[in-house]
Design a protein around this ligand. Structure first.
Ligand SMILES: Nc1ncnc2c1ncn2[C@@H]1O[C@H](COP(=O)(O)OP(=O)(O)OP(=O)(O)O)[C@@H](O)[C@H]1O
Ligand SMILES: [Mg+2]
Length: 509
């Protein structure tokens, strides 16, 4: 690993899809010993480029050099052989296997034909000591929080001796604390002479963890800058091509009648600790109620209960009305919209076109069907074009199937669908996850405008900045309960952080 040899050199990498040139002659160098961030708007081509480097996608043209030598990367196996590892945003672990089994899967040491799990354990333990991770090798992956699952993914690549580690939006699902731990590991990893390629929309993190940043726009390189010499504002400008307003602009709320009320709500499973334990809350027309909390403290279950996706005990009133049984369709008919936290599992049908995804949930009724129950295709097309245009979904097609969108554009489709129908109540879980900085600005503006027109918003977000800047009131959830309320003007990361850890400053809530 000499100074002269670059870890990775990309020369005019090009990849064309039917509707877009995802990579348009991309060239840049990544050095040994650096964290190299790659940023750009949704659909700019970041994931495509990394999949090319990892051998998952074949480029139409261009050359790749690894450690100074030309490389033929036709499959992930080739990439691994060249010391390249990739951690995907959607983890590819086997849930029912243990941590150890997942790490060594496919590369098990053998003794006389049989898998030598003890040898595997010894080498993985050595690896754990080297990188300073604390991980129970015998835990089943499905029982681990996402932060630890990600460590398993990272260890998997290290076990295969990755020296160039690619992370595609690794912090989207992490708590701030987990992200901090990841960054410490990454800094240590490059200090040992390795290389990290780090994709993120969180520019503050990019500033914190990277040495250099390459900005991509519309499949082309805008430039590579030294991190200490740039700023969030400059990166945003390079990405978007204009100034981006980084703070939410809104006037004080003028709350009206209660539109959503939740009384003594419990979500329980036999033999387990209650997921939601007696939550009470009210959201009024014209206000945004934020719920802050470390993921896994009942927020997801609370949202699923309110949106009719999961059984619960207690009372939920939508504009004063109670719906007898959990019933997502009925809830929706009460003009409740829901931006779900897991866009692939609940938000989109990946094999459906944009158009069909955009009417999902309302597809069985007017204006999308006529009185005989037939689809009104022209109406649906117009509606879909309206959403795609308004929410700047790229590419602009209404016929592309959902799986072919970039992560952030898929999210824009969901947000657009849920807001365009003009709900009275919006339940938004992680509404801007994976969305670029310009689109965050836009989505926040839409939510604030709808609030000003009288929509009630329940916002659940792991992003404290988002909660602090968007919410008019903030509740903190811990172990299924609301443990405190903080006014946004009094909220600080420290104060919320303490409550999120269950420390309630003496008085019980
Ligand atoms: N299999 C595919 N078929 C058609 N188009 C595709 C396919 N994969 C990617 N694209 C298109 O290529 C472009 C680049 O997508 P890519 O996923 O690389 O963007 P990205 O920079 O990672 O964006 P994001 O920040 O939203 O994740 C997008 O317009 C996307 O729709
Ligand atoms: Mg991507």
């Amino acid at each position: 690993m000499s100074e002269e040899r670059t870890a990775l050199r990309l020369e005019c990498i090009t990849k064309e899809y039917p509707l877009v040139r995802a990579n348009d002659c991309i060239s840049f160098d990544v050095r040994w010993g650096e964290v190299h961030a790659v940023v750009g708007e949704n659909g700019a081509g970041k994931t495509t480029l990394m999949k090319i480097v990892y051998g998952m996608v074949r480029p139409d043209g261009g050359r790749i050099y690894v450690d100074g030598r030309p490389a033929e990367i036709r499959s992930p196996a080739d990439a691994i052989r060249l010391g390249i590892g990739m951690v995907h945003q959607h983890f590819m672990l086997v849930d029912v296997f243990t941590v150890l089994e997942n790490i060594v899967l496919g590369h098990e040491p053998r003794k006389g034909g049989a898998i030598d799990l003890e040898a595997a354990r010894r080498s993985v333990q050595a690896l754990l000591r080297e990188v300073g991770f604390d991980l129970d090798l015998d835990a089943r992956v499905e029982e681990l929080p996402v932060g630890l699952q990600q460590r398993v993914e990272i260890l998997k690549t290290l076990y295969r001796e990755a020296k160039i580690l690619i992370l595609d939006e690794p912090t989207a699902v992490l708590t701030p604390q987990e992200a901090g731990e990841l960054f410490r590991f990454l800094r240590g990893f490059v200090a040992r002479g390795n290389t990290v390629i780090f994709i993120s929309h969180k520019l503050a993190e990019v500033m914190e963890v990277s040495d250099r940043v390459t900005v991509i726009r519309d499949g082309r390189v805008v430039g590579t800058v030294d991190t200490p010499k740039t700023s969030v504002a400059e990166l945003a400008r390079m990405m978007v091509g204009r100034e981006v307003i980084l703070t939410v602009q809104k006037t004080p709320p003028r709350p009206g009648e209660v539109l959503l009320s939740v009384a003594d709500l419990w979500v329980e499973e036999a033999g387990k600790k209650p997921r939601v334990a007696g939550v009470n809350l009210e959201v009024r027309a014209g206000e945004i109620l934020g719920i802050a909390g470390v993921e896994g403290n009942g927020q997801s279950e609370l949202v699923e209960a309110i949106t009719g996706l999961r059984p619960y005990r207690g009372t939920v009133r939508y504009q004063g009305e109670v719906i007898a049984r959990p019933d997502a369709r009925r809830v929706r008919e009460h003009r409740v919209s829901h931006i779900p936290e897991d866009r692939n599992a609940r938000g989109l049908v990946l094999d459906f076109s944009t158009r069909d995804n955009l009417i999902l949930g309302d597809h069985y009724r007017a204006p999308f069907v006529d009185r005989y129950g037939f689809f009104r295709d022209a109406v649906i097309d117009d509606y879909a074009r309206g959403v795609v245009e308004t929410y700047d979904v790229r590419p602009r097609s209404i016929h592309l199937s959902a799986r072919h969108y970039s992560g952030g554009n898929a999210q824009k489709i969901i947000v657009g669908r849920e807001l365009y129908r003009k709900p009275r109540i919006l339940i938004a879980a992680q509404p801007t996850r994976g969305v670029d900085i310009g689109a965050i600005e836009f989505i926040h503006k839409q939510i604030v405008e709808a609030r000003d027109q009288g929509m009630a918003v329940l916002l659940v977000s792991a992003d404290l900045n988002e909660v602090m800047s968007l919410a008019d009131r903030i509740l903190v959830m811990f172990e299924g309960r609301i443990v405190g309320e903080v006014r946004p003007e009094e909220a600080t990361e420290e104060r919320l952080g303490l409550l999120m850890a269950g420390i309630t400053e003496g008085a019980p809530a």
